[in-house]
Design a protein around this ligand. Structure first.
Ligand code: ADQ
Length: 518
């Protein structure tokens, strides 16, 4: 991990995301501003602050004079520079709830049946992306690095280029990227793909996402020249070269590892264990979202209770669901489905003093969350598709005694890194998931410890700080290579030669160096 390099580098970092890294809530009639939670904020906020950079985003509410004042005071107090983009109610409806969350979100998670493709959503999505670009133009200074995040803002580079911004532009997609057969259903697929190609560096979570993108780009634009290396691909688009990489995001391992050992958390965990009378505890933690596979999880658990009567009375599933996008009908539907299922399964199996599912529909505090992670023996995370799934990594980092088992969906991005220490399942395969629950329940301590040790060392080694450093150094390296190719007399050197020399560098630096054609 090299946190130092970026602190020394005085080039400003401009981070742009749909939401600002703060939460603005009303409490007793007054608005309050608090720092946002999450690994990304923890990792990026110090870099933005130390390079005197800027973080641009929507505050999540109307930008009233009161909210503006709150942000101004927060900036002074925290030596930060948050700049808010104001969105009207109509923009929130069409750009955020509409195009981002009813078209791109389900499409990128392979759930075509949930997609709504509305022309008006698309028009407003474009306008809001232009609005973000205008805000960046107001804030940007020569030499800044601009890093844009996620599916809400795919067209920002396109508008920045139109506004003659020639700064290096990086993008990271937190969701998966679908295969071409799905992507081609989107009426504006060419604009979305073209928009991504306006960046200089495009980062995905997994190798599969990177390949899906490169293959889709090639299908849509056969004239593109694409070369795949071990760690990244290069897409040649006209005179430009776009670097495409996979950078699996992570968490602040130490924060979870250390936090899980404080007295308050230990107390919370003992309280939970006592409440459950030392039964095996299995945990699901998710934003309430139809991509997370919670109904499938409940059905698999029900099947396990049917198939393995020994589990009855001896295991509990704790499901925490944080409310999310509750204005959308698909999210209201999934909430109702879950409540109905919990009632049905509990009604079917409960015995005096034991209930198979404890379902909690709210956001819990960090201490409570760590208490849940510490108290539970099994993490059961079965998304139908997930960019990464940070909960899986948080569960491992918090299992400080190594006595825990992770059951993980093979369709979570995290599976690329965690498969070697987890029980992998296909969430659509109820029988397999039921068997995995039983296997985890029966697993001997020695095997649990062996597997959890593997998982924890993986998450520790590849933490969020390493991720940021890796992404940003990849960005600067690409920028240097681009600059060198512009001033170098060998400017006309075919891309292939540079590809070969990059492979050599990759081999020299232990990167493996093998490459395949995308
Ligand atoms: P999410 O879809 O939100 O993120 P995830 O990566 O699992 O999914 O992160 C959820 C976060 O919310 C975790 O940090 C978790 O601790 C927290 N959380 C969940 N339930 C909670 C509760 N009841 N109370 C409090 N906190 C709760 C998107 C993508 C993911 C990708 C991340 C990061 O969809 O695939 O991993 O971005 O890139």
């Amino acid at each position: 991990m090299n946190k130092i390099t970026w602190r020394r580098s005085k080039r400003r970092l401009l981070v742009v995301s749909n939401r600002l890294p703060v939460s603005i809530k009303s409490s007793e009639g007054r608005r309050e501003i608090r720092p946002g939670a999450g690994g990304l904020v923890t990792a990026l906020a110090p870099i933005v602050r130390n390079t005197r950079g800027v973080w641009i985003g929507w505050p999540g509410c109307e930008l009233t004079p009161e909210v503006l004042e709150l942000i101004r005071n927060y900036n002074i107090e925290k030596s930060f520079d948050l700049q808010a983009v104001n969105l009207t109610e109509e923009e929130v409806q069409n750009y955020y709830l509409g195009f981002s969350n009813e078209a791109l979100w389900p499409l990128f998670h392979d759930l075509l049946g949930q997609c709504m493709f509305e022309g008006v959503h698309w028009e407003v999505y474009k306008n809001v992306n232009r609005k973000f670009a205008e805000k960046i133009v107001e804030a940007v200074q020569p030499g800044d690095l601009i890093w844009i995040h996620d599916y809400h803002l795919i067209l920002v580079a396109h508008y920045l280029r139109q506004m003659n911004v020639d700064h290096p532009l990086a993008f990271f997609l937190h969701t998966p990227f679908p295969g071409y057969d799905l992507l081609r259903r989107l009426p504006w697929k060419d604009r979305i793909l073209g928009g991504l190609l306006d960046f200089d560096l495009v980062g995905f979570q997994t190798l599969r996402d990177r390949r899906n993108f490169c293959r889709s780009a090639k299908e849509l634009m056969p004239e593109l020249y694409i070369k795949a290396f071990y760690r990244h691909s290069i897409v040649r688009h006209g005179r430009r070269e776009i670097k495409v990489g996979n950078f699996p995001i992570s968490i602040d391992f130490s924060e979870f590892n250390d936090g899980a050992q404080i007295e308050e958390v230990e107390r919370e965990a003992s309280f939970l264990r006592n409440k459950c009378q030392s039964r095996s505890l299995m945990l699901g933690v998710d934003r309430l979202d139809y991509t997370k596979g919670i109904p499938e999880r409940f059905l698999a658990y029900e099947r396990a209770l049917e198939k393995y009567p020994e589990l009855r009375g001896n295991i509990c599933l704790l499901q925490l669901a944080v409310p999310s996008r509750s204005h959308l009908s698909a999210y209201q539907d999934i909430r109702e489905t879950l409540e109905w299922m919990v009632g049905r399964i509990n009604g079917r199996f409960s015995e005096f003093g034991w209930q198979p599912i404890q379902y909690i529909y709210r956001s819990v505090s960090r201490t409570e969350l760590l208490g849940f992670y510490r108290a539970c023996d099994i993490g059961l995370l079965t998304p139908l598709r997930d960019g990464m799934n940070l909960v899986a990594k948080e569960f491992c980092a918090s299992t400080v005694d190594n006595n825990g088992v992770l059951i993980l969906s093979e369709f979570a991005g995290a599976s690329e890194q965690l498969a070697k220490g987890a029980i992998m399942v296909n969430p659509y395969n109820r029988e397999e998931t039921a068997d995995a629950i039983y296997r985890a329940y029966k697993m001997e301590l020695e095997e649990r410890e062996r597997m959890m040790t593997v998982l924890r060392s993986e998450v520790k080694r590849n933490d969020i700080f390493r991720w940021v450093e890796w992404f940003l150094s990849s960005f600067r390296e690409h920028e240097r290579e681009e600059a060198a190719s512009e001033i170098h007399p060998n400017n006309s050197k075919p891309v292939n030669d540079r590809v070969e020399s990059s492979i050599m560098e990759s081999i020299k630096s232990g990167g493996g160096g093998s490459y395949t054609d995308d």
